[in-house]
Design a binder for this molecule. Structure first.
Ligand code: PGA
Length: 249
């Protein structure tokens, strides 16, 4: 399966830095023979989507939202519908990122509704799951992941219409990465649960790893069996580093 490399810019950047990022990515791509074999998706803050749609016209980069609402329209101040993301040129949307789950008390049920709606709007949801440090210390990782899988994945998933991202919360932005064996074990367990739930073959489900992925560790992580790519936060803000990660696939 083709690897997927996703940039999650979170609430960083502005018009000038987004344009500079695209210019820099373009210049590096032209200057090197290293070509990425991966599907590349950039998820910037929503106000930068239209600008980047134009900037990415000559680059092999898809656009994604960082979140969407679970309804098509309404009196939801500050929210963005999946239809609108689709309308302005997105192909993907992240749902259930731990920062959304924690900061806005988004439950598995809400995440499932968002993913369901994203699929109906013609977007590919990137559904995030992951355990906290305490859950990990208590040996509850698989139990927590299984519950998130059962409750966050909507019924309308099918081959190729969704992506999952395993992001241990303690690994996000911390510089701490699980061992290769831990990533492998978690991915294997997740794929087996998803397969049981959806009836899809494990090798047809796209499951990314996220949490402190950098240019130095991306290759090793992407070689782990069951890892279909990476979701990158901090290291995706630098075009050069993100380009390196994308060519590690
Ligand atoms: P990080 O973030 O790469 O900065 O750890 C990953 C994420 O939150 O998606």
């Amino acid at each position: 399966m083709k690897k997927t490399v996703i940039a999650n810019w979170k609430m960083y950047g502005n018009s000038a830095s987004a344009k500079a990022w695209a210019d820099s990515f373009r210049a590096i791509s032209q200057a090197t023979n290293d070509k990425s074999q991966a599907t590349i998706i950039v998820c910037p803050p929503a106000p930068l989507l239209s600008l980047l749609k134009t900037e990415f016209l000559d680059l092999p980069i898809f656009l994604g939202g960082q979140d969407c609402h679970s309804q098509t329209e309404g009196a939801f101040t500050g929210d963005i519908s999946a239809d609108l993301l689709k309308d302005i040129g997105c192909s993907h949307v992240i749902v259930g990122h731990s920062e959304r789950r924690n900061n806005y008390a988004e439950s598995n049920e809400i995440v499932s509704k968002k993913a369901d709606y994203a699929i109906k709007a013609g977007l590919i949801p990137i559904i995030c799951i992951g355990e906290t440090a305490i859950e990990r210390e208590n040996g509850q990782t698989i139990e927590v992941l299984s519950k998130q899988i059962a409750e966050s994945i909507p019924k309308n998933v099918a081959k190729n219409n969704f992506i999952l991202a395993y992001e241990p919360i303690w690994a996000i932005g911390s510089g701490n990465v699980p061992t290769i064996n831990e990533i492998s074990a978690a991915h294997c367990a997740i794929l087996s649960e998803v397969s049981k739930l959806t009836g899809l073959a494990s090798d047809s489900v796209s499951l990314l790893y996220g949490g402190s992925v950098k240019a130095e560790n991306a290759k090793e992580i992407m070689q782990v069996q069951g890892v279909s790519g990476v979701l990158v936060g901090g290291a995706s803000l630098k075009a050069e580093e993100f380009f390196k990660i994308s060519t590690s696939a």
